[in-house]
Design a binder for this molecule. Structure first.
Ligand code: NAD
Length: 498
């Protein structure tokens, strides 16, 4: 047992189970509000207890982050020194990659290959990418029309950042936020999802090992009420949140009612996939299977509503159904698993309820449709055809391996298709499958979404912006866009005349 750290037991036999601790001002402290259990979604068994932060803990974490912001051991670091800390954290993630991957799979359920190659590798790369940015964040000198006046801009850290993450890719989404926050000289209070807190606890341990000074990286665990405390906190300058649109609305209200803290919101999605008459169907089947079932469909950019040229419908539906039936379902820890469990019993109920609605509203269930008997939170990959635009399964975010197929009739009526594809409150991602450059351009230009993928599954990359139109969010993560999110631009005017 590492008493100085988060008391991270992770023992299958549950011996020595002690709640994970909070990390405040460089200390691992026992949460004031007791603890709650977290489960292995592949078995339904309790694997750890997580400390429950109270308002006093949140206040202490925010105060520590505020104090660290101006302290010489952080604010006084040279850019190369700050960069070195981020490079070191990237290396530590890689040194501990297998342990982190196993932990993510155990807590979140994702297949171990996804944990290794997406969650853990992606997190390390993110820290390395933003380590590179530290020495390249520039201001400008501007040609203002005043005599004998030097005008320049500089970027300053926005301040204390609350980072609230969801349960689908806990480690990777935390890296998306923490890496640019630290690269730009900010301090952070992390609040992971109560469903999947473990890799966030471990990442903070590694940040301590990397040498970030006390108070720079703080961690408070707990449920949505802890997130709400951060949203309403008058001393948080910026809150970066990834999660549901419903919670995004609550956070926006809390920000408005407190200090109008800046918000970056990465919210829900319901990505359309258009399969044109001329699509390469083999590529479309492979890409849409990957795009709809990665992490059991628990992906905000997952392809979920399919607009298929009526002439290709039968072929598309039968080949997709065959592909879905062929997926190896099992615990994420099993190397051969392609489709792991859903994250929680509650989420399994949510997916099951929406699937029932699909059948009740008259869609045709082609394959799947049921939870699996036995332990764990498994749901069959499911495909509906004959879906109409008003059905719940094509309108609501399901966040599971559930696909809804509808058709369109006339290639010349792309404008009508665009109206249907855009008939959603969401606008995170979309995909188009065609070999015709004009069709791909018209659809890529016409679909209102933050990312349009042509003939490929939805993938994030730290060099490309990630974020949504409409109710899918505000702002962009990744690339230079995240530097914008975590900095203020100061305008400095210097009159040097007599
Ligand atoms: P959620 O909204 O239930 O929870 C997300 C986080 O918000 C958790 O840490 C939770 O504790 C916290 N929270 C809950 N209530 C809160 C409140 N009132 N104030 C502040 N924080 C609060 O979301 P989830 O179910 O964990 O995640 C799934 C959702 O996340 C889906 O809608 C999905 O589309 C979205 N998502 C979006 C992206 C993206 O990049 N746009 C990426 C991944 C997931």
């Amino acid at each position: 047992m590492k008493a100085a750290q988060a008391t991270f037991t992770n023992h299958p036999d549950m011996e020595d189970l002690m709640p994970t601790r909070l990390h405040i001002n460089g200390e691992w402290t026992t949460a004031s509000g007791g603890a709650f259990e977290t489960f292995d979604p592949a078995t339904g068994q309790v694997i750890e207890e997580i400390g429950r932060a109270t308002a006093a803990d949140v206040d202490a974490a925010v105060a520590a982050a505020r104090e660290a912001l101006g302290r010489p051991d952080w604010a006084g670091l040279l850019p190369i020194q700050r960069a070195a800390l981020l490079f070191r954290l990237a290396a530590l993630i890689e040194d501990n990659a297998e342990e982190l991957a196993a932990l993510e799979t155990r807590d979140q359920g994702q297949p171990i290959g996804i944990s290794r190659h997406v969650s853990v590798a992606g997190s390390a790369e993110h820290f390395r990418y933003y380590a590179g940015w530290v020495t390249k964040i520039q201001g400008t000198v501007n040609p203002v029309s005043f005599p004998e006046t030097l005008h320049y801009t500089k970027r300053e850290p926005v301040g204390v950042n609350a980072l609230i993450t969801p349960w689908n890719f806990p480690l990777m989404i935390l890296a998306w936020k923490l890496a640019p926050a630290l690269a730009t000289g900010n301090t952070a209070v992390i609040k992971p999802s109560e469903v999947t807190s473990l890799t966030s606890v471990r990442l903070v341990e590694l940040a301590v090992e990397a040498g970030f000074p006390p108070g720079v990286v703080n961690l408070v665990t707990g449920d949505g009420s802890v997130g709400a405390m951060l949203s309403a906190h008058p001393d948080v300058d910026h809150l970066s949140y990834t999660g549901s649109t419903a919670t995004g609305r609550l956070i926006t209200r809390a920000s408005a009612d407190s200090n109008l803290k800046r918000l970056t919101l990465e919210l829900g999605g319901k990505a359309p996939s258009v399969i044109a008459r001329d699509a390469n169907l083999s590529a479309a089947i492979a890409g849409n299977l990957a795009g709809s079932t990665l992490n059991s469909g628990q992906v905000c950019a997952a392809y979920t509503r399919f607009y298929v040229d009526a002439a290709r419908e039968d072929e598309f539906v039968s080949r997709m159904a065959e592909g879905l039936r062929g997926l190896a379902i099992g615990p994420g820890a099993q190397e051969s698993t392609q489709l792991g469990p859903l994250v929680s019993a509650r989420h399994l109920d949510h997916v099951e309820a929406l699937v029932s609605t699909g059948s009740e509203q008259g869609a045709t269930l082609v394959t799947g449709g049921h939870r699996l008997d036995g332990e764990g939170f498994f749901f069959e990959p499911t495909l509906f055809s004959g879906v109409t635009d008003s059905m719940s399964i094509i309108r609501e975010e399901i966040f599971g391996p559930v696909l809804a197929v509808t058709t369109y009739d006339d290639l010349d009526e792309l404008d009508d298709l665009l109206v249907r594809a855009n008939d959603t409150e969401y606008g995170l991602a979309a995909t188009v499958w065609t070999q015709d450059i004009s069709t791909s351009q018209r659809l890529a230009n016409g679909i209102r979404a933050g990312a349009v993928f042509v003939n490929m599954p939805p993938i994030p990359d730290m060099a490309a912006p990630w974020g949504g139109y409409k109710a899918s969010g505000w702002g962009r993560e990744m690339g230079p866009w995240a530097i914008d999110a975590y900095t203020e631009i100061k305008s400095v005017w210097m009159h040097y005349g007599a």
